[in-house]
Design a protein around this ligand. Structure first.
Ligand code: HEM
Length: 560
């Protein structure tokens, strides 16, 4: 063979070897996962019927076919749990999408996973979230690295510090109310309005950056949304797409440039105030990151922020965290806010009661509420019914969940031991929150359960309410979320009536025409469009979102 032909054959052979190795490793992993679940099955651990070739994939598919095709996975997990009966936990083998996973349906094992053992975040979180957030961040870190960054950021998210940010949040909500007023009879997804609101709030609070994306497009927001859509969370093959790598890299640079620039400004303000003999504290930003910067300098024994240049290590890591805040803080709050309006629509008596509370605390003129609150942010603490509505909505529609790497044995209420080595552990909030063995009238929307005393049957059981998760890895943004939700409700519920408008939306989009045209033949495979009879079901989009963004009409019911 001529020598130049060898050069051609060699790479082809190398390619065969590489493909062979990849195939072997994949088969080995598949076998390991299936064998692990087979062992657990032989131990009679709770799980649906399983087989060697498809694990639980086909079974899950059967459950999924009862729901709209994009339903949030934890809604389906709750259905599996219901059919398995009175179980505290069960296993599913969903390889190649997930390692064998123990799904938790009850508070006590959830406590064991998140509080007692404080199980680490799984490595798949790094693969999923680090490309979006630029690098290691609070959601993905473990051990000492996590502890260090969490303790630096904690003070900025403490309720007392956040109270100083109430006026800034009110400014953002004011724009939201102006936009709602402009809606005037149109049918549009409410999420188009709530998402930019939550983004404006988080960047204002965390970085003192006025995105104003409720009014104008902002490159930071465009880049984040592009990155989220290209990340294809949950699709294990997405990362092999070379175009995706290129797109993510481009938007990564844009986000770093914008956030890095703002971070530098906050640093300079802090540096100048530290150098000045007079107190210029009042001119200094009250952002979360400003406080974090001073904490960082304290930790480094440099409380005066002597150096004129921002520490590169701090700048890089703070940028990852700020990107995470924007990512984690917009989706979740948006989803909860929309579901609150939906619950108020479905339960007019609850809405009435909430309006009464707002009138009692902020006076009869709804348009004055923002000024009164601006002058006295602590009035937020005098709205227990509003908080009860928020909590009850989050119980029924938790937008997230918590996944951990397994390791120790978890024990159910009967003393049955559930091994978790080589497994993932998932605290399925939806399933825990709707477990009829845990909650009285679990499926009913009853804000009063958050107002009764411990002797009442509705009183929430310990560790059962965990939309922000509990334990050391509890959401850092939970106080901020509650403040933001309360302010938004105080400034809107007496002024606007929000009503879902899915049918009108279907008409506008010309939906249903194909189904009608195909007549009876098609009706055999009719699409499921609701969950529990509701079009506003939780849709899977990384987290849970109200389906189609909640098309609605907004009516102004009081001008002031
Ligand atoms: C209603 C709103 C929110 C809900 C329901 C929610 C839910 C959660 C949950 C369940 C976790 C734990 C995830 C896990 O253990 O795997 C979490 C973690 C986290 N959330 Fe939120 N979140 C909300 C709002 C926010 C906001 C506004 C921010 C912005 C700062 C934020 C930032 C974070 C961060 C940084 C973590 C990781 C915390 C750590 O491990 O130290 N979240 N969130």
């Amino acid at each position: 063979m001529p020598s130049n032909l060898y050069l051609l054959v060699l790479p082809v052979n190398v390619l065969y070897v590489v493909i062979g190795i990849i195939l072997f490793l994949s088969l080995h992993r598949a076998y390991k996962a299936r064998a692990r679940v087979n062992e657990l099955r032989k131990m009679s651990m709770p799980m649906p019927p399983w087989n060697w070739f498809t694990g639980h994939l086909l079974i899950l598919q059967r459950y999924m076919s009862k729901f709209p095709k994009d339903t949030f996975i934890n809604v389906i997990i709750s259905d599996v749990a219901r059919e398995l009966g009175n179980v505290d936990m069960f296993y599913l083998d969903l390889w190649p999408f997930l390692k064998p996973t123990l799904f938790i349906c009850s508070p006590d094992p959830a406590f064991q996973a998140a509080n007692k053992f404080n199980l680490p975040k799984p490595s798949m979180y790094r693969v999923m979230f680090e490309p979006i957030n630029g690098g290691p961040n609070l959601l993905t870190m473990n051990g000492e690295q996590w502890k260090f960054w969490r303790s630096l950021f904690n003070p900025g998210f403490a309720p007392a510090y956040l109270m100083q940010q109430v006026p800034a949040i009110i400014d953002c909500v004011q724009t939201f109310t102006d936009r709602l007023r402009d809606l005037d009879g149109k049918v549009l997804p409410l999420q188009n309005f709530t998402t930019p609101l939550t983004m404006d709030v988080i960047m204002r609070v965390a970085l003192d950056l006025e995105l104003n994306c409720q009014r104008n497009e902002h490159p930071l927001v465009n880049s984040l949304l592009t990155m989220i859509s290209w990340s294809k969370l949950g699709n294990p093959l997405a990362r092999f797409n070379p175009v995706r790598t290129f797109v993510l890299r481009k938007h990564d640079k844009i986000m770093n440039r914008i956030i890095g620039g703002e971070l530098q400004k906050r640093f300079e303000e802090l540096h100048n105030s530290s150098q000045s003999a007079t107190d210029v504290d009042s001119k200094r930003s009250k952002s979360v990151v400003t406080l974090t910067l001073s904490e960082y300098h304290k930790v480094n024994n440099n409380s005066k922020v002597e150096s004129a240049t921002l520490d590169k290590h701090f700048a890089d890591f703070a940028t990852y965290q700020l990107r995470l805040f924007l990512f984690a803080g917009h989706d979740t709050v948006t989803s909860v806010l929309v579901y609150i309006y939906h619950m108020l629509y479905k339960h007019p008596e609850v809405r009435y009661h909430m309006c009464q509370e707002h009138e009692a605390v902020f006076g009869p003129n709804a348009s004055n509420a923002s000024n009164i609150l601006r002058a006295n942010p602590l009035l937020l603490n005098q709205t227990p019914f509003t908080l009860a509505v928020i909590k009850e909505t989050m119980r029924l529609f938790p937008p997230a969940g918590a996944m951990r790497e397994g390791g120790p044995i978890l024990v159910d209420r009967n003393g049955l031991k559930f091994p978790t080595d080589d497994c993932l552990v998932s605290n399925s909030h939806h399933t825990i929150h709707r477990n009829p063995n845990v909650w009285v009238r679990a499926e009913d929307f009853l804000p009063e359960r958050w107002l009764v005393d411990a002797s009442h049957e509705l009183y929430p059981p310990p560790d059962a309410f965990r939309p922000f998760e509990l334990g050391p890895r509890m959401c850092i943004g939970h106080n901020l979320s509650l403040i933001e939700l309360k302010i938004t409700l105080i400034m809107t519920v007496r002024t606007f009536r929000v009503e879902p408008a899915y049918e009108k939306w279907d008409e506008l989009k010309g939906k249903g025409i194909a189904e009608r045209a195909l007549g009876k033949w098609w009706s055999g495979c009719e699409k499921v469009l609701t969950v529990d009879g509701d079009r506003a079901y939780q849709e899977e989009k990384g987290g849970a979102h109200p389906s189609e963004g909640y098309p609605c009409t907004v009516q102004v019911i009081s001008q002031g």
